[in-house]
Design a protein around this ligand. Sequence first.
Ligand code: PEP
Length: 246
Amino acid sequence: MARRPLVAGNWKMNGLKSSIGELEKIVAGARSLRDTDVMICPPATLIESFAAAASGSAVTIGGQDCHAQAEGAYTGEISAEMLRDAGARAVIVGHSERRQYHCETNEVVRAKLLAALRADLLAILCVGETRAERDGGRTHEVVDSQLDGSLPDGTKNVVIAYEPIWAIGSGETPTASDVGAMHGFIRELLAVKCGQAAAEIRILYGGSVKPSNAKELLAVDNVDGALVGGASLKAEDFLAIAGVYG
Ligand code: PEP
């Protein structure tokens, strides 16, 4: 089963209106990529203008988080429907920075994922272990419980991002063989939860992906693309990563 690779950039809390030039370079560079889906997830303030600038191109725009409810008295929050209305076609849920700084549990992440599907957004669900959990030999257990708790059974319109937390922004990455083992494990878990549809679900690797290591990491079995943080802020670096698949 051939899964079309996805390379998505998470800009986190970076970017102003003046950053549109970087997106325009990404849009221009992505024109030559025939076999890769390319996505940028800017801060919510830039979704509308970025979606307009990327309209008709191969680049889609996503949000970085959403609330579980469609509307209501939730000051400061943004719903999946609002993201869609602004031009987003996807949203990241359960990023480790949301789990850590906003105390998001698997239950909360699951509700957000369901909200994304309700609003017809592709949900990118992040899972991954801390350094302490890895050192304690608990990586499989942690990822299993995150997937079990936050991914509803039978879900199809979802992408999984395996992001070992200790690799995010640190410059460190697992070895290609560790990445292959984890992605294979996640594929098995997906088969239990989603049956045959598991073969169609893309599993991205995330954590310090750079132009210098992208080729090796993205060639690993069951790695169907990347979720890129820091290196997605510069069009040249991001395009070098997205260009690995052509
Ligand atoms: C991320 O935060 O999703 C991420 C992968 O960050 P970085 O690429 O900077 O490690």
